[in-house]
Design a protein around this ligand. Structure first.
Ligand code: 6SG
Length: 208
């Protein structure tokens, strides 16, 4: 029995980063896929702390909130910095990734047709901040000299943005090289090549 179970819709969505992280850490996990029809019945929703998915189980521990799940995995697998200072910097950068993810989700679910051009035009203002941190750190990771949970979350949100705008990293060499190196990590590569990954749409409404 794999120790971890994800309960979520048949999308990458809020589980993209945690799946990439578990794959890279060599962990197996079980997927419990929820259809929209089943979700609408409400029974599962009523058992979720915030009425939302993903739900994540690690043995007896039941977690909600995708970033709390990522941090839990970071603690479990030595991917949360080498000391309290690095953990704090990882938290800071992951909150920055979350801000970008929230903007992206708003675009996808609320204003894709009307807002896509303006979103892409403004994107360098956000990406340049990550570029600066990545270039300054010089290790190929966002914080410290070892992979951490925020590298997985940044990588996944950048993959989504490369689908939205394939040229979005052209002026950001540190981020471009980061995506190439992360994509080439053997366990990430085989996960991204797998049917389990490829069959899932990025988002629940088919927009990307
Ligand atoms: C949706 O927002 O997939 N959870 C979502 N939606 C259902 O009743 N802060 C937390 C976190 O980080 C955010 C959780 C997140 O974990 S994720 C949820 O539970 C609800 O609120 C994005 C996603 N959307 C697709 C979706 C779910 C229900 C309706 C649209 C899948 C696609 C269509 C049906 C099922 Fe569908």
């Amino acid at each position: 029995m794999p120790p971890y179970t994800i309960t979520y819709f048949a999308v990458r969505g809020r589980c993209g980063a945690m799946r990439i992280m578990m794959a890279d850490q060599g962990m197996e996990w079980k997927e419990n896929v929820v259809s929209f029809g089943d979700w609408q019945k409400g029974d599962l929703k009523n058992t979720c702390v915030f009425g939302q998915l993903p739900k994540f189980q690690d043995g007896d521990l039941v977690l909600f909130q995708s970033n709390a799940i990522l941090r839990h995995l970071g603690r479990n697998h030595g991917a949360y910095g080498k000391d309290a200072q690095e953990s704090a910097l990882i938290d800071m950068m992951n909150d920055g990734v979350e801000d970008l993810r929230l903007k992206y989700v708003k675009l996808i679910y609320q204003e894709y047709e009307t807002g896509k051009a303006a979103y892409i035009e403004d994107l360098p203002n956000t990406l340049s901040k990550f570029e600066a941190v990545m270039a300054k750190n010089k290790t190929g990771f966002l914080v410290g000299d070892k992979i951490s949970l925020v590298d997985y979350s940044l990588f996944e949100v950048l993959l989504n943005h490369l689908t939205l705008d394939p040229s979005c990293l052209d002026n950001f060499p540190a981020l471009k090289s980061f995506v190439e190196k992360m994509s080439a990590r053997p366990k990430i590569k085989s996960f991204l090549d797998s049917d389990a990954y490829k069959k899932l749409p990025i988002n629940g409404n088919g927009k990307q």
